[in-house]
Design a protein around this ligand. Structure first.
Ligand SMILES: CC(C)(COP(=O)(O)OP(=O)(O)OC[C@H]1O[C@@H](n2cnc3c(N)ncnc32)[C@H](O)[C@@H]1OP(=O)(O)O)[C@@H](O)C(=O)NCCC(=O)NCCS
Length: 382
């Protein structure tokens, strides 16, 4: 078998990479040239080339960004998919390109990889574990119209380029109080963006799209919505998202425990419920960079994959050293399961019961406290 050459995509190969990706993921072949990257330094694009004829056999594209865990930003990549040409699958090219992309991400300083998989087994083999779900619900607009009115209604207008810093600040404040949010890249495709203002300040922002619907003229899709306070958040849902009477339903991500979930009169089945996955590209770096609950102190000798590390946590911060320190509680688990524990998706006590985590019961309970937090949410698909 000819071994493909793995390398960074060259300038000018964007359309070939987009064609590979569209062939793997899209119902339609691409008709237009791929959009150019607004910030090429923030994009990692790796390819596998057939050394005999120079044909591109596979591609992987990722955005270099930060992901927020426990109130701190951890350097990461958002991987938007590995595509192997249909004629070259099942020969190890996908696995090799994924490893090459992870190496390039580490070289760029990333500790984490976040992705929405179409096949779990492929990524699990590379050390990624399930991190959470993205439940998208179809909500009747009349339910949103019935949300409480704020005491002082904001004013609304379409967002302009001048609003970008204020919007970025709102998004960053949300990222710091939740888990799993990625840095905002400002792109929302064809969505229309609106801001809510009060006393001359931007206090809310949303990006809304439309999709065909058998009910009403169209369904509203919420790509993102963020506000400085709960009253403004509910006002955005009520005043802008509930675009009644033209739309009779809204498709929106409603994370468990979110403000909107609390106010909706009923929960239906989600219309989409994708899982997303996380991988720790640099275990020590990922454990050190995130935040932990205040007031929790613990020391573990963590065996995962080929390495043993000591993880010491105090005052919301971790220190990681190589090897097992004397007196540290031994814990052993697979790297993919460690990623799921890191994300708060896999509960350590349950994992111990399931035989996925080897530790004494006290250590498992202490790990549960360490990685407790809000359910990790990827705000937007990428
Ligand atoms: C998924 C994909 C990238 C795999 O590429 P590939 O070159 O055929 O995969 P490899 O031959 O390197 O296989 C690597 C491992 O993944 C497993 N794997 C590959 N495709 C798989 C699939 N569809 N389902 C489950 N496991 C799969 C293989 O069995 C192999 O496992 P092993 O390491 O235990 O032997 C390729 O099928 C593809 O491009 N699919 C369309 C796009 C897509 O779904 N991308 C990934 C999701 S975002």
């Amino acid at each position: 078998m000819v071994v493909p050459v793995l390398r960074a995509a060259r300038p000018g190969e964007e359309d070939a990479v987009a064609a590979l990706s569209a062939a793997a993921f899209s119902a339609d072949p691409p008709r237009r040239p791929a959009p150019r990257d607004p910030d090429p330094d923030q994009v990692l694009r790796r390819v596998a080339e057939d050394p005999e004829d120079g044909r591109l056999l596979a591609s992987a594209t990722a955005r270099v960004c930060g992901q927020w865990w426990g109130g701190r930003r951890v350097p990461a990549i958002a991987l938007s998919g590995v595509s192997v040409d249909l004629t070259a699958r099942g020969r190890g090219i996908g696995r090799a390109l994924l490893a090459d992309t992870f190496d390039a991400a580490r070289a760029a300083g990333a500790h984490l990889v976040a992705l929405v998989p179409s096949t779990h087994a492929f990524y699990r083999g590379a050390g990624c574990g399930i991190a959470g779900r993205r439940p998208v619900y179809a909500i009747a607009t009349h339910e949103l119209s019935a949300l409480p009115r704020p005491a002082v209604a904001p004013t609304y207008r379409e967002a302009t380029a001048q609003d970008a810093p204020a919007v970025a600040a709102l998004v960053a404040a949300r990222a710091a109080r939740t888990n799993g949010a990625l840095d905002h890249d400002g792109s929302t495709g064809s969505a229309v963006q609106y801001v809510a203002r009060r006393e001359g300040r931007v206090v809310g922002w949303c990006a809304l799209g439309r999709r065909p619907s058998a009910r009403g003229n169209y369904a509203v899709t919420v790509l993102d919505l963020v506000a400085a306070d709960a009253a403004t958040e509910l006002a955005l849902w009520r005043d802008l998202v509930a675009d009644a009477p033209s739309a009779r339903e809204v498709h929106a991500l409603v994370p468990a425990g979110s403000l909107l979930e609390h106010h909706l009169p009923r929960q239906t089945e989600p219309v989409e419920d994708a899982t997303w996955m996380l991988g720790l590209l640099d275990v020590a770096g990922a454990l050190t960079a995130r935040g932990y609950p205040a007031g929790v102190s613990a020391r573990f000798a963590l065996e995962t994959g080929p390495r043993v590390l000591t993880l010491e946590v105090a005052d919301g911060r971790a220190r990681v050293t190589a090897g097992a320190a004397p007196g540290a509680a031994p814990v052993s688990l697979d790297p993919a399961d460690l990623a799921s524990v890191y994300a708060g998706h896999l509960d350590p006590v349950t994992a111990r019961h399931a035989g996925l985590l080897d530790a004494d019961p006290v250590a498992a309970a202490s790990l549960r406290t360490l990685f407790a937090g809000p359910p990790a949410v990827l705000d937007r698909p990428f």
